[in-house]
Design a protein around this ligand. Sequence first.
Ligand code: ZN
Length: 245
Amino acid sequence: MKSIEKAVEALKQSKYIVAFTGAGISAESGIAPFRGENGIWNKYEEKLFEINYFTQHTKEAWSMLCDGFYEAMFKAKPNAAHIVLAKLEKEGYIKAIITQNIDDLHEKAGSKIVYKLHGNASQLHCNNDGNNYPVADFDLTTAPRCKVCNAVLKPDFVFFGEMLPEYDMNMSIKAVSKCDIVIIIGSTGVVYPAASLPYYAKRNNAVIIEINPKPSAFTNEIADIFIPMKAGEAMQKLIDILYIL
Ligand SMILES: [Zn+2]
């Protein structure tokens, strides 16, 4: 049996599926991953996403962020992988999506339960009084400021050196503790602590299905079924077979 058919068999027998997604799922939507070929780091300096640099050089950081970063985020549309995941949630298969991505494409595709380990690019946050604002309310040609206290706002995604959002992390741990399948899609498993979550699931006897074009840090360690394909293509095939069987 092919790996994708094995995955469908496992999905049909499961009661609680969690998807764990990384940059690879959004690559087909035109969002460059941070790492690797065409990675954001090739265009922006890594320090731009470090909290110490941002805190000390807020205006310079904002002028760099305004240069195409948000434009790419706004322009992106969900691809087949996001859409299939939303369908599988609606039909009761998927109980939660845990994502490392900040692009909100799961919500745009219609997914409801999405835990965002690294925050999101659609909101801005005031560290001074905790207010949040939609980034779309600002023109970003100058550093955006809080409408209440006038402090310069911070993107509401997690910078290097920052803690992960507590609620999302706790809910993710709960989800991987009770799931019987994790589908890893487009995550290479090198960014911690996020990458530890599928290992939790594995220790609780969940079946690990991995969809990545190339083997990752997960493949030899925990993957029970490895599907060596791009996210959109694999998820479309998977749901097609699911409907036939
Ligand atoms: Zn404020």
